[in-house]
Design a protein around this ligand. Sequence first.
Ligand code: ADP
Ligand code: MG
Length: 256
Amino acid sequence: MGRIIAVANQKGGVGKTTTAINLSACLAEKKQKVLTIDMDPQGNTTSGLGVDRNIQENTVYELLIGECMIDECIVHTDIEGLDLIPSNINLSGAEIELIGIDRKEYILKEAIKEVKDDYDKIIIDCPPSLNMLTVNAMTTADTILIPIQCEYYALEGLSQLMQTIELVKKRLNPTLEMEGIVFTMYDARTNLSLQVVENVKDFLKEKVYKTIIPRNVRLAEAPSHGLPINLYDSKCSGAEAYRLLADEVIHRGEDD
Ligand SMILES: Nc1ncnc2c1ncn2[C@@H]1O[C@H](COP(=O)(O)OP(=O)(O)O)[C@@H](O)[C@H]1O
Ligand SMILES: [Mg+2]
């Protein structure tokens, strides 16, 4: 059975989108069948996977407001084994349009039910806020993966995120679990990165991935070419790291 993983952290710029794109692509490289869902109106996961966000007739927005069926919004990307539900700026209106709708927290879950078993992994990229789009992603997900940037303010906002997850678990999705925490933008040249990793490990009892994503300029360049890192520069440190993360995600629970 497939697993639905929401990549969440209400802080912007921590590496959610970079992780969603490259984890998805590296899972597909390892022959997993992957569906990536872009839940951020910025649509950076969409463009980062080489799909033009501005010419899509049907996106996750149309899906959420009931204007299209699930099979009408799934795009086959150029990457073998990787499908995408795209998003664009229209999604920013969804929050308001869903006001007063019955069971609005469950819309995504209901909408993807039919295709869930066609995939080994479904990766959802969340927006940088704890809004109804994030709640929909958390209600749909089996697990939550939290990227944490190795910077001075790393712990800021984490207790709020944990509270939200607990609330969703209590009220909307009792089987929701933590997938794990992944450190991003690690800079081996500074002591700060190391300290952040140690602090967060002390503060949170959650599973932390052995893989740490390094700061790697190739990861920042790849999206402007519409390519995931394994296709943009297969041998760079960022590609190696996301492959290792994909391995850990595949073998989750086997060795701990
Ligand atoms: N490991 C990394 N090394 C270098 N740049 C990175 C890395 N991860 C992310 N970035 C860059 O940092 C910025 C924020 O990352 P992004 O994945 O968009 O964060 P989020 O989705 O959490 O807002 C982007 O410009 C991205 O290219
Ligand atoms: Mg993002």
